[in-house]
Design a protein around this ligand. Structure first.
Ligand SMILES: C=C(O[C@@H]1C=C(C(=O)O)C=C[C@H]1O)C(=O)O
Length: 429
């Protein structure tokens, strides 16, 4: 069997070998239709390499899966993302590039051309019912920083905002973590299935190393940018409140959010920033519906659907636009540099890939990038869950503790840990 997995560009198939596979082989006639026995051999060969590195995006409209690495994109900082992607696409084999970039602009990203890419419409009802990947006690999680310390961090941010009225700093997003040790053996496929149940979010799993000891998994409600031809769209979210437990309470919460002057100010900074950043690239740009209430399974958000038409095909690709937008005030703050400096001063850790982005870009510049939120990063055997909240003048420390506690619940519920008693829960209710 002469075919090595590195030579397979695309396979359109579910795992059953009864189905005919369509393979495009480098240097061979394409596509090649293979009969049962040969297919079996290819599947056996492929099983090894294709299990190693995974990339999944799933939402109400589609499902993208990539496996194996055909070629890495040279890692680098955000400023060169577009250029490195263009080069990799030019020298590549025709597949889109997939991967993730971290929050910090100078930290290396992880992007590659996969060996195998499959895209299909996503039908949630065909998914098996969510299975909790393991039974984990909430007491196994270590809060870093503690809730009391996070409240103090918010006060520190409020002091900074007060010292610099109206100019240097108007908003800063602060985050905190829950860490779980001994997490390398969790069933991350089951966790992804479980996360995929929230159709208001895009569930993702992105492996960040070839050794299988580093991955990012979550379900984000926030689309940073998508590009298809000349059409671009973005769904910035900012301004949040936890969902209520009863229908009445839920509706009250939504109304409270839509009336909140503080949240609408917080949201406006993000919306205007996204419009201003996209404007130079677009000949048409706007928001059709204005600001809306956007519900996920655990949170209400203020959101604005932004749509635009690029000036031409030579405008930046989806990856270039993502790099230009990142970090929006939804995850950084405003103005950008002052917010970045405040985060570096106040947060006691580096955010890693949390609040960066995951996505893909293809040779025509089309692609989609989502903000890496409501997620966890596995590093060796430590799983770190992250949640953040925007702080503006008028924010209240206790409320920000509650908001971040509620944002953890997207991951905790999917892990089968929700609805247990824990220190943050009283505050979260
Ligand atoms: C920072 C997070 O979420 C972001 C912050 C929001 C806010 O402050 O209201 C809302 C949505 C997200 O843009 C997070 O989930 O960790």
């Amino acid at each position: 069997m002469p075919f090595r997995i590195a030579e397979i560009i695309k396979i359109h198939s579910e795992s059953t070998i009864a189905k005919q596979l369509q393979l495009r082989l480098r240097g061979a006639v394409t596509p090649v239709n293979l009969r049962g026995r040969l297919v079996l051999e290819v599947m056996e060969v492929s099983a090894e390499g294709l299990d190693v590195v995974q990339f999944h995006l799933r939402n109400s409209s589609q499902r993208i899966e990539a496996r194996g690495i055909r070629r890495r994109v040279e890692a680098g900082p955000r400023a060169t993302l577009e250029q490195r992607c263009r080069l990799a696409l030019k020298e590549g084999y025709g597949s889109p590039l997939v991967g993730s970039f971290p929050f910090g602009d100078d930290l290396p990203d992880f992007l590659y051309e996969p060996a195998f890419v499959q895209r299909a419409p996503y039908h949630a009802h065909t998914q098996s019912k969510a299975v909790a990947p393991a039974s984990i006690e909430l007491s196994a999680f270590v809060a870093h920083p503690t809730e009391a310390d996070f409240a103090r961090m918010v006060e520190q941010a409020l002091d900074l905002l007060a010292q610099q009225p109206g100019s240097a700093l108007e908003k800063v997003v602060l985050s905190r973590q829950l860490q779980l040790f001994g997490a390398s053996g969790l069933d991350y496929d089951a966790l992804l299935d479980s996360l995929s149940q929230d159709l208001a979010a895009t569930a993702f799993r992105v492996d960040l190393s070839e050794q299988g000891d580093h991955l990012l998994i979550g379900a984000t409600p926030e689309k940073l940018i998508s590009r298809k031809g000349l059409h671009v769209s973005s769904l910035p979210l900012a301004g949040s409140i936890p969902r209520g437990k009863t229908e009445v309470e839920d509706r009250e919460r939504a109304e409270q959010l839509s009336r909140s002057e503080k949240d609408s100010r917080e949201h406006a900074m993000t919306r205007e920033f996204v419009l201003d950043t996209l404007n130079p690239f677009c000949r048409e740009l706007g928001t059709q519906e204005g600001t809306i209430l956007y519900p996920t399974a655990t949170m209400w958000h203020l959101g604005t659907a932004i749509e635009g038409k690029l000036k031409g095909a030579d405008m930046p690709s989806a990856a270039g636009l993502a790099a230009a937008l990142h970090p929006t005030p939804a995850v950084g703050g405003f103005p950008r540099e002052a917010a970045r400096a405040a985060i570096a001063d106040i947060e006691p850790y580096d955010r890693g890939f949390y609040a960066g982005a995951i996505g893909y870009v293809d040779g025509s510049g089309d692609g989609e990038w989502y903000v890496s939120l409501r997620c966890a990063e596995l590093t060796d055997d430590r799983l770190t869950l992250h949640a953040g909240a925007g702080i503006v003048a008028g924010s209240e420390p206790d409320q920000e503790v509650r908001e971040t506690a509620a944002k953890f619940r997207a991951m905790l519920r999917a892990m089968g840990v929700a609805d247990v008693t824990w220190a943050g829960q009283e505050a979260a209710e």
